[in-house]
Design a protein around this ligand. Structure first.
Ligand SMILES: Nc1ncnc2c1ncn2[C@@H]1O[C@H](COP(=O)(O)OP(=O)(O)OP(=O)(O)O)[C@@H](O)[C@H]1O
Ligand SMILES: Cc1ncc(CO)c(N)n1
Length: 267
């Protein structure tokens, strides 16, 4: 049911230019048809040309945001994006264990498209040890899957091997995204009972700011709407492909994907 009333939550960083992070997540939730809420973990000074500065929020205000949301509106599904420090990860994991949302989708954000590190190197251990094991689904891109597994990934076969290793860390499902390889854009979904490959043509577009955030929020929304993981990923892959196809020039660098191209009255 797409009545914009089913609550979804993003726990992520703010992108001041609106193309990635919390802003992309909320746009995606709205466009797909869920009620979006946010817990902000960090503020980035960012635009289409890059990330210029980051300020992490305190553990306390992250805890208080989670308390405010969960004690009032239980999200049907939660997406986790940028969680930059070991302490922030511990705080979020503690609270997720306390409030127990049904579904947690983890996008293990590490480095922005422009090359800025959004995860402190010392936070990787907690990400792997505490956050990944409680995920229903984790959605690494190729460099993230390489960081998590220590493997080099050059082919779809390598993506499958990395996916297996990531499943051993404890999440129920993993979607390894092939946006960074050459050729078709191939994503591999794996779990104990599932193996699916999603392939789309590679679109020759420069405006791909926020593709990863958008895909993981789209999956989160579709799961909240009641689709199973395979159907949620299938629909979300279609969503991101069309959002990239209709991406547009705004700003001076890598522009955003388009969430609203099919809405009535849009030219
Ligand atoms: N040029 C493209 N054409 C079509 N699909 C693409 C293209 N680039 C990426 N994708 C798809 O977009 C989705 C996001 O993948 P990608 O690997 O770019 O994520 P990401 O690197 O996490 O994004 P971000 O840089 O925003 O963090 C995947 O489904 C991927 O296959
Ligand atoms: C805040 C934020 N989260 C995630 C990304 C994705 O790389 C980004 N560029 N900015």
């Amino acid at each position: 049911m797409r009545n914009y009333k089913i609550p979804t939550l993003t726990i992520a960083g703010s992108d001041s230019s609106g193309g990635a992070g919390v802003q992309a997540d909320l746009k995606t939730f709205s466009a797909i048809g869920t009620y979006g809420m946010s817990v902000i973990t960090a503020i980035t000074a960012q635009n289409t040309m890059g990330v210029f500065d980051v300020e992490e929020l305190s553990r306390n205000i992250i805890k208080e945001q989670m308390k405010a949301v969960f004690e009032d509106i239980m999200p049907k599904a939660v997406k986790i994006g940028m969680v930059s420090s070991p302490e922030i990860i511990l705080e979020i994991v503690d609270n997720l264990k306390k409030y127990k949302p049904e579904t947690i989708v983890v996008d293990p954000v590490m480095i922005s498209k422009s090359g800025y590190s959004l995860l402190r190197p010392e936070a990787k251990e907690n990400l792997i040890k505490y956050l990944i094991p409680i995920a229903y689904l984790i959605t690494p891109n190729v460099p993230e899957a390489e960081e998590i597994t220590g493997m080099k990934i050059e082919t779809v076969e390598d993506m499958k091997k990395a996916g297996k290793k990531i499943l051993d860390l404890g999440p129920k499902y993993v979607l390894v995204k092939g946006g960074h390889l050459d050729g078709d854009a191939v994503d591999v979904l794996m779990g104990e009972d599932i193996f699916e490959v999603f392939t789309s043509e590679r679109l020759d577009r420069k405006n791909t700011h926020g593709t990863g955030c958008t895909l993981s929020s789209a999956i989160t929304s579709h799961i909240a709407l009641g689709y199973d993981v395979v159907e949620a990923v299938r629909r979300s892959k279609e969503y991101i492909t069309e959002a990239i196809r209709h991406s547009f020039d705004i700003g001076h660098g890598v522009g955003p994907v388009n969430h609203f191209y099919k809405f009535e009255g849009i030219e």
